[in-house]
Design a protein around this ligand. Structure first.
Ligand SMILES: [Zn+2]
Length: 269
């Protein structure tokens, strides 16, 4: 079982709490000021909501967007595949990774994983890690209250931990979108938020060359690249875009002397 982490509110959340207290005491001392106090609080909520819709921000809490400096020094690049497992795409991704001696982390949707336990088993047996990408991948995730978030993350953690033989260490919300209630839930389950340095949009873009360009632009050691083995877009030839892009990406990494790794290499804090 993963260790619980101590949750401490990020500085922005502490400032927001202070603002609420100031607004409340301000209204008590000067009742006529209530419209101003209310506007300040509403503005603060809008700000927190907007930041949650910015996947790469770390203002709501820690967020792994790159590999740590130690891994960067070793020329490692993190590869993540989201939204699987998928019976058509995942096995081919695994073969392509094997051919390049590359490792990756699979951010699985637990509901899908439960329907394909054999695929989770294969992912683990071939040396990759299974991470938590929620129970149902709800597009309402960023608007959920704490009980629903706890269920979406906690049930996924239980299901994926059982199937993979060890609990995931990282969580990525659907589309990277979240709200301030997520971080304390992750801390309670011993999970860390992970997003990406760069993504190829291979679940929506149909042109493999464009997806590849996005992924390798300013490519360097320590990057965390996100692709999809589930919900893959298809090119004009009907083939999932990721399957055309991945071998080329792995060639490019090798040509730059970079090694593709899973998040297994990231030390606990
Ligand atoms: Zn996703």
């Amino acid at each position: 079982m993963a260790e619980r982490r101590r949750w401490t509110a990020a500085p922005l959340l502490r400032a927001s709490a202070a603002l609420h207290v100031a607004a409340a005491t301000g209204i008590a001392a000067m009742p006529a000021a209530w419209p101003w106090a209310l506007a300040a609080v509403a503005g603060n909520h809008a700000l927190l909501g907007a930041i949650g819709l910015w996947p790469r921000s770390s203002l709501l809490g820690p967020n792994l967007r790159r590999l740590p400096a130690e891994n960067e020094r070793q020329g490692q690049v993190g590869l993540c595949f989201d939204d699987g497992p998928d019976p058509e795409v995942t096995p081919v991704v695994l073969d392509q990774l094997d051919r390049a001696d590359a490792k990756a982390s699979f951010f699985c949707i637990a509901d899908r994983a439960a329907r394909h336990p054999d695929l989770i088993d294969t992912i683990v047996r071939r040396g990759h890690t299974v991470e938590n990408h929620s129970w149902h991948h709800s597009h309402r995730f960023a608007a959920m209250g704490i009980r629903a978030i706890r269920r979406e993350v906690g049930e996924a953690q239980r299901i994926l931990g059982d199937l993979a033989g060890r609990p995931p260490r990282f969580f990525k919300p659907p589309a990277g979108l979240r709200n301030p209630l997520l971080e304390p839930v992750l801390a309670g389950l011993g999970l860390r938020l992970a997003t990406w340095t760069r993504r190829g949009y291979d679940a929506v873009r149909r042109d493999p060359a464009e997806v590849e360009r996005r992924l390798v632009r300013r490519l360097g050691a320590g990057d965390l690249l996100m692709l999809h083995d589930g919900s893959a877009a298809r090119g004009d030839d009907g083939r999932p875009v990721v399957l055309t892009v991945l071998p080329r990406l792995l060639d490019t990494l090798a040509a730059h002397g970079l090694t593709a790794v899973s998040l297994e290499v990231v030390a606990d804090d």
